[in-house]
Design a protein around this ligand. Structure first.
Ligand code: NI
Length: 142
């Protein structure tokens, strides 16, 4: 099994805020991330496909095609957007990295056969800051 990855980048704004809670409770749990007037991040997104190499190309997945797929299906919907208000697939969900990677998985996983003959989606890793990141392997289908 070979694992191939493509890194993409986007900028977006959000706040962490549970509408079922009071403002005080939100500030207690989320701290400055609950700031009512939003804050932004420079996100790095790493998508990994696993599989065996196609004997015709030597590739598990054509990374140019993987890049196009990620940009078309994910980045164009998120880049320079407000994750709480502008992104249909995040509607009604807390705009956390954990929820983002699960929604990204639902979008990308069924489309991997378009760009890889023998591969499947292995993981989605999302860096919110250089030190904070989440990784999803699609194993619990939240
Ligand atoms: Ni944040």
């Amino acid at each position: 099994m070979v694992y191939v990855s493509r890194k993409e980048h986007f900028n977006a704004a959000h706040k962490l805020y549970n509408p079922a809670w009071s403002r005080e409770k939100n500030e207690e749990v989320f701290g400055p991330c609950a700031n009512a007037n939003w804050h932004g991040h420079n996100f790095d997104l790493i998508v990994t496909v696993k599989g065996k190499a196609d004997p015709d190309t030597g590739f598990v997945a054509d990374l140019k095609k993987l890049s196009t797929l990620i940009r078309t299906e994910i980045i164009e919907h998120l880049d320079h957007k407000n994750l709480n208000t502008d992104v249909p697939f995040m509607a009604g969900k807390l705009a956390s990295c954990e929820n983002l990677v699960v929604e990204m998985w639902k979008i990308l996983e069924p489309r991997i056969p378009q760009i890889s003959k023998f591969g499947s989606l292995h993981s989605i890793k999302l860096y919110e800051t250089p030190r904070n990141f989440v990784e999803y392997f699609g194993d619990d289908h939240l």
